[in-house]
Design a protein. Structure first.
Length: 159
């Protein structure tokens, strides 16, 4: 598993995990991300998202709140409190979230949350800023917003 730092050092495209069960949303967002130069891995359930986050390094994950299997919010919580902690920055998206839900996502450790229909320009601006920050931090994953106690090693998975 390449760390984010290794991806940048080798000139690889930053990897984004896209967890979205709606095929149209998934295809549209994937196309936008790939056109911006990101390598995108797509999964269609919360269970698969958690498995991928547990075993791979990503610059970020974009996660739908409502998916088959585990709810996106549950995946977020498991990432931040599980053992080992998964420090990949997670951006939550939802068509059904109330302002209270969006606030809870941030309290649970999401770096951002967006409502559907997505404003792709707004989402991409945030993703670009996030990836640039990681690159300027020498690829180190930081979990400040999650207050998860992750160390600042190059791995998104903390022991």
């Amino acid at each position: 598993m390449k760390t984010i730092h290794e991806q940048f050092a080798r000139g690889d495209k930053p990897a984004i995990l896209l967890a979205e069960d709606d095929p149209d949303q998934s295809d549209s967002l994937r196309e936008v991300l790939e056109s911006e130069g990101y390598a995108v891995e797509t999964v269609f359930s919360g269970d698969m998202a958690l498995r991928r986050l547990s075993s791979n390094s990503y610059a970020a994950a974009i996660m739908d709140a409502r998916m088959p299997g585990l709810h996106g919010g549950t995946v977020l919580k498991v990432c931040r409190v599980g053992s080992p902690k998964i420090c990949t920055p997670i951006i939550m998206v939802s068509a059904f979230a109330s302002p209270r839900d969006l606030d809870q996502f941030k309290k649970d450790g999401a770096v951002a949350s967006f409502t559907k229909p997505l404003n792709f320009a707004e989402v991409m601006k945030f993703v670009r800023q996030l990836v640039v920050k990681q690159h300027s931090d020498a690829g180190k994953q930081q979990c400040e917003s999650a207050k998860s106690g992750c160390d600042e090693s190059n791995s998104p998975i903390c022991a």
